[in-house]
Design a protein around this ligand. Structure first.
Ligand code: ADP
Length: 376
């Protein structure tokens, strides 16, 4: 990695090049801001600029370039200032230069070891940034591979499953007058096929729950996602006689189908895990807490023992057999994956027999537009 130098005075530039090369740091010289930007685009460990080389429009151009960089990237700038007393003018100047982000000011006259140490620490910092980038890229790749794997696996597995189901139906017709035992076995096989199909569906939803989207997301009123979720659950709500209350909800920048999915899983569970003696009551609310929106879905159901409160967010984790409550154990794992994809968390507070209160957080910066009207 090299250090780019922009110094209009020949002697300064020559001294810098000589000092850095003596420390086995390679250098490139930029004669103009345009040339500097071109060199920065190619990649650099750091940039040393003599203050007088930076006209206001050059600072503007550089800070615009810096602002457009990805989050992992913050290229180090070392600016050589003129020595002398601090005045309001020099202070103002320092403030303007801060738009460059990763900034070190060194006052002239500069000693060679000062510049060498500053350049070496810039290089180290830049190296760490490149490492972060490469770790991020391999994570994104691993995620995409996993998603692709789960996608193909669930598609490929569904095909033979379908043919088992069809054969089962045919066999049932052929054995119409066979023993009860045969009929029972066929029923078990069909049940297994249906359940496997359900598991594959959920696995697919899980795999897609964190697909990385590059596009800017539109702001969505959370209440719209809740309405969609309640509509999808209409049969369960009616059948359970559930009372659902929805408080005032903010507008956030997440994919609407993701938010609907989370509410649908949480409200669906709130109704499913109800107490036999009580009609289910579910409350949905949101609160602004320290830069996040906290959404809660609270119920008056069977509750969850403390020892299980983390476990339930795992893949295929369930606390009950398939008998009394249907389900695959994927609902909460899907919620967790979606919420974490937006930089939030999900947790539950509950006591057995006392209902459960699920909360998930979404950063406000995910784009709440009517933030002001809610306040803290
Ligand atoms: P599923 O409902 O398909 O089993 P989930 O991942 O949605 O899977 O939930 C995991 C487990 O957490 C459930 O099996 C249940 O034991 C427990 N659980 C989830 N929501 C509630 C709730 N509102 N009240 C009580 N238990 C719950």
């Amino acid at each position: 990695m090299r250090i780019i130098i922009q110094a209009p005075v020949g002697r300064d530039a020559a001294l810098l090049v000589q000092t850095l090369n003596a420390a086995e740091i390679s250098t490139a010289i930029a004669r103009s801001t345009g040339a500097l930007l071109a060199l920065l685009e190619e990649g650099a460990g750091g940039t040393i600029i003599a203050d007088e080389a930076l006209a206001p429009d050059a600072i503007q151009a550089l800070s615009t370039w810096v602002a457009g960089l990805p989050p992992w990237s913050s290229p180090p700038f070392i600016v050589l200032t003129s020595g002398g007393l601090a005045t309001s003018q020099t202070q103002q100047r320092a403030k303007t230069l801060q738009a460059l982000g990763n900034l070190t000011l060194i006052e002239r006259p500069v000693r060679p070891e000062t510049i060498r140490v500053a350049a070496q620490s810039a290089l180290r910092a830049r190296m760490r940034q490149y490492e972060v980038r490469s770790r991020q890229e391999s994570l994104i790749q691993a995620n995409a591979d996993l998603e692709q794997f789960a996608h193909s696996a669930s598609h490929d597995l569904r095909e033979p499953l379908r043919s088992i189901g069809v054969s089962c139906d045919l066999l049932a017709r052929e054995c119409a007058d066979s023993s009860d035992r045969t009929a029972e076995l066929l029923r078990v096989i069909r049940g297994g096929v249906a359940r496997m199909d359900e598991l594959l569906n959920d696995l697919l939803t899980y795999a897609h729950a964190s697909s990385i989207m590059e596009e800017e997301l539109p702001a969505v009123p959370a209440v719209r996602a809740v309405d969609a979720a309640l509509e999808n659950l209409a049969a369960a709500i009616r059948e359970g006689g559930a009372a659902i209350t929805v408080g005032e909800l903010p507008t956030i920048r997440v994919r609407e189908s993701h938010l609907t999915q989370v509410f649908q899983n949480l409200v669906g569970n709130a109704i499913k895990y109800r107490r036999d003696s009580l009609t289910p009551a579910v409350e949905i609310e949101a609160r602004a807490v320290a830069g996040y929106w906290h959404f809660t879905v609270a119920d008056n159901g069977i509750g969850i023992a403390r020892s299980h409160q983390e476990l339930i967010f795992g893949i295929f984790k369930r606390l009950h057999g398939y008998g009394k409550y249907a389900g695959t154990g994927m609902g909460l794992a899907i919620c967790k994956r979606i919420v974490e994809r937006y930089g939030g968390r999900i947790w539950v507070e509950s006591e057995p027999g006392q209902g459960s209160r699920f909360t998930f957080s979404i950063p406000e910066a995910a784009g709440a537009q009517d933030r002001a009207s809610h306040g803290h």
